[in-house]
Write a protein that binds this ligand. Sequence first.
Ligand code: OXD
Ligand code: MN
Length: 594
Amino acid sequence: MALTNNQHVLDWVAEMEALMTPDATIWIDGSEGQLRALREEAFRTGEMTELNQEKLPGCVLHHTAKNDVARVEDRTFICTKNKEDAAPINNWMETSEMKAKLLPLYKGCMKGRIMYVIPYCMGPVGSPFSKVGIEVTDSIYVVLNMDIMTRVGVGALRQLGDSNDFVRGQHAKADIDAENRYIVQFPEENAIWSINSGYGGNVLLGKKCFALRIASYQGKKEGWMAEHMLILGIEGPDGDTKYITAAFPSACGKTNLAMLIPPEIYAKQGYKVWTVGDDIAWMHIGEDGRLYAINPENGFFGVAPGTNEKSNPNALHTTMKGTIFTNVAHNLDDNTVWWEGLDKNPPENAQEWTGVPVNGKEYVANGGKLAHPNSRFTAPAENCPCLSKEFNNPNGVPVTAMVFGGRRAKTAPLVYQSFNWEHGVYVGSAMASETTAAATGAVGVVRRDPMAMRPFCGYNMGDYFAHWLEMGKKLGDKAPKIFHVNWFRTDDEGHFIWPGFGDNMRVLMWMLARCEGKVDAVETPIGYVPKAEDINIEGLDGITLDTVKGLLDVDKNLWLEDVKGVEELYDMIGSRVPAELRKQLSDLRDRLSK
Ligand code: OXD
Ligand code: MN
């Protein structure tokens, strides 16, 4: 039975029924009873496996098709009327042309299946910054994941009221045919079409498709920002909490930074770190003129391999109940899960992620992988031991500092601060990450990933840079300070020099001291770099003042090379790159050439 009288919603759902002709339609109300019944149904069909309910209460395991294990950037499109509004960084096709191509794939594709209608809210229900989506899908896996990642059910419909302002998301598994897989955003129509995939990032339409691609476009139109950023709070001994947002390309440790455990030197003074979000921030200018961030999500869709008691105990504990594991290994000894890097003790009696039974120990010894490298956990935010008490604050948290970062073996120093907002936007636009760990002396392949939004910006990247500049003008002297970090500098043998993980807090503390005007810095051509003695290394094994000096060093020749890479990116984006950023680039080149 329909859960709403909203005629816009009812009409659209009727249109979806007529298009995909499911045998039945079920509206998801978000009640525990309904979700339990869906879980039971998924166990019955084998879509999911119930795990050991004593060790992992409420947890389940799912395997995707072998050809469907990650986001598919080459099959992801932003469709607009005019090409320049989305291209050239995005794949583009004209809106009606794409629809004509996809409609035959959707026609009748739910025959013999059930269509689930999921009303969901991105952001806390009741927040003026939250937005509603409705996703139709033929996948119970999608329903159960959406229930963790977003606020699903009647609350979302309450937030929507009679409005037509909701994102229409149509997902169908169809035949999981990789040749006909499409993830398509129509930002001008608030619509998302996803077909032939069952993998998280492609089918949980609230996440990348809505909360970044569609929302970034909405933000440009409405004067706010949707960013690929974690949000964390550092609470001082006096109880005051300062918030930092940070953008890193996928798989560069956002979840680990968002949930970091303070090193002893800070913990003993009473510092605490709180997680507001690990992947996406929606940011608005508040009544006091400052920038405020909410996390539109309600859970964590994290990469499992490498997560362990040492790297991220908070994430590990978050996955201990009510979690969906996807493409990890099944430990058949005790009906739990395992992944590379969980511990050094792979199960003897295991099933690798493809479902093949193996002796895990021998298998690992042979160099194989039990879990897929992109295997995931979908875990409720409320499980997180360090979840911020502001998580559900409808107004969000005020942002003191913003951080950009990438994986650079040599070029970028451990940390530097931009001269001002405009220069900070240049720094974000120039973000890059190396795709491989370097062998001795060698440097990996650099992929430019502006603001970590390359796969997620829902419109022209030049216009997106202009929007950042515009926001800076509105914020004026209330704008957060902008920094850049690099945890990944390597020595001549290719080993990481900086210990990373919890010790990254030492760098965040320098940033906060800068924001409060409590510490000086050295002016270099690229920005303000710390004096080595201002990075606290007390209690750090093997890191001396000289190590820090090395980590902060700026090699002008490498930077001149880097500027060339940014220029190539700007040339590729074309005429919509703002003149202010071209000027920033040439000023940087001049400073480096002096
Ligand atoms: C990503 C993710 O791919 O968060 O960035 O899943
Ligand atoms: Mn991400």
